[in-house]
Write a protein that binds this ligand. Structure first.
Ligand code: LLP
Length: 437
């Protein structure tokens, strides 16, 4: 995948850098990102739109992995940015990301977060509910600001994916319902607010989706309403944002489509509907997260203890776990792994990779084939670039790992490893005079 290969020492190399050296230099666990692969993914989305000659925006969904360097990389590649909290917005602004290319999502943005977005003059706010229309319009009046908005709809399309990460079905906390008049009410309210400029419609039908059918259905439902909107409110969307959710290959069982196929299908469908309705072709926006950074990330761990349960299995423990990758515990997500320091050794045993957290559910990979594993070996777990660091936590007061970008034979530390001092830095003592370590 990407620039990964096996070097002369039999070590895993990414971006021209020996991962065993990275583990030595920066310690483990360590997230390593193949920058060239992120660039390639970004360019492939953009080039597909360019070659089809349609107006578009590709926004990186920064919830997949947000850091100053990552946001700057997204900017270098000419992406827009989707943020969903004051923290992600702050990161983007700190990184110098152009505010006019930032889109702000979320089903419960606070007044402070909305004020921060207006203050920064960001590109658009994706309004999720009636409460937000109220809060945002009164804030705009108070602050004397105008802002472009999209309305998020729930198209009632269920993507085939894990329940926890499906957001497009009818029974959803997100967006205005499309089928029962909610969206029409929202359009009317926004149209009556001179401070809000209604740009278009947004939907997101789920994550880790392998087919194009869900997007086709969702677009069909949205376009099915446009003649009503046009007639009743003289509203024709200038922007149709079909969200993210394009699936990637975590293991051999996953069978994703090449990314251009999603884009080509979306463009075909949106063009078809627009021609039929005789409306100008709207800008097509998408917001991929996982598919931009997921397979570019690899986590390096050091192997420690082992336990054999006779006739059942061998547990091999690493120095991280659900604190740096909660996806197996939360979604039963599956990953592949290999020994980065012995890539050419024959696989000779099947082991299960355990984390170090005090919880039986803290298992990273069940039944992985590896060469006979020794303490000190470096385990590389692949495809951890999305929702790995961004969902990392301090359970058991485990410090979060560092993040390194590699490209053209060079490594750059982009997020420092947390220290024990960082872990207690927000704590205050029970009594004023105690608490010094
Ligand atoms: N746009 C919206 C409105 C979203 O809610 C999401 C993801 C995306 C874009 C980006 O989706 P992507 O292209 O990354 O699939 N923590 C889960 C994934 C949750 C996704 C939530 N929304 C996981 O680890 O699988």
């Amino acid at each position: 995948q990407g620039t990964s290969k096996i070097n002369q020492l039999g070590h895993l190399e990414i971006g021209g850098v020996d991962t065993v050296e990275l583990a030595k230099q920066y310690g483990t666990p360590l997230y390593v990102y193949d920058v060239a692969l992120i660039r390639e993914r970004a360019r492939s989305f953009k080039n597909t739109f360019e070659s089809l000659g349609v107006p578009y925006q590709v926004a990186y969904a920064s919830k997949a992995f947000s850091s100053i360097a990552m946001v700057q990389l997204a900017n270098e590649e000419g992406l827009s940015l989707d943020v969903v909290s004051g923290g992600e917005l702050y990161t983007a602004l700190k990184a110098g990301f152009p505010p006019e290319k930032i889109h702000f999502h979320g089903n419960n943005k606070s007044i402070d977060e909305l004020a921060m977005a207006l203050e920064a003059n960001i590109g658009c706010i994706v309004i999720d509910n009636f409460y937000e229309i109220d809060v945002l319009s009164s804030l705009c009046r108070q602050m004397n600001k105008k802002v472009a908005v999209l309305l998020r709809v729930t198209p009632g399309v269920e993507a085939h994916t894990h329940d926890y990460i499906t957001t497009g079905q009818e029974d959803s906390k997100f967006g205005f319902d499309l089928h029962n008049g909610q969206i029409e009410k929202a359009i009317e309210l926004v149209k009556n607010q001179s401070h809000l400029q209604l740009l278009g419609i947004h939907c997101h039908i789920g994550s880790q989706i392998f087919g194009t059918e869900g997007f086709v259905l969702a677009a069909g439902k949205i376009f099915g309403k446009i003649s009503i909107w046009k007639e009743k409110f003289q509203f024709v969307p200038k922007v149709v944002n079909l969200g993210g959710g394009f699936g990637i290959r975590y293991t051999k069982e996953d069978d994703p489509l090449p990314m251009n196929v999603y884009v080509e299908k979306m463009v075909e469908v949106v063009k078809g509907h627009s021609e039929k309705l005789q409306i100008p072709l709207p800008e097509i926006w998408i917001e991929p997260g996982r598919s931009l950074v997921g397979d570019a990330g690899t986590t390096l761990y050091s192997i420690g203890s082992q336990k054999v349960v006779p006739n059942i299995r061998k547990y091999v423990a690493v120095d991280g776990g659900m604190s740096d990758n909660i996806r197996p515990a939360l979604y039963q997500a599956k990953y592949e792994g290999a020994l980065a320091n012995r890539m050419n050794d024959e696989c000779s045993e099947t082991v299960s990779i355990a984390g170090k957290c005090c919880e039986s559910g803290d298992m990273l990979i069940w039944d992985l084939s590896l060469p006979t594993v020794k303490a000190g070996d470096i385990l590389a777990v692949f495809c951890t670039g999305a929702y790995g660091y961004s969902m990392a936590n301090n359970y058991n007061r485990i410090a979060r790992p560092a993040v390194v970008f590699v490209e053209n034979g060079e490594a750059r530390l982009v997020v420092k490893r947390e220290t024990y001092e960082d872990l207690v830095s927000l704590d205050l003592p029970l009594k004023a005079e105690v608490g010094q370590p």
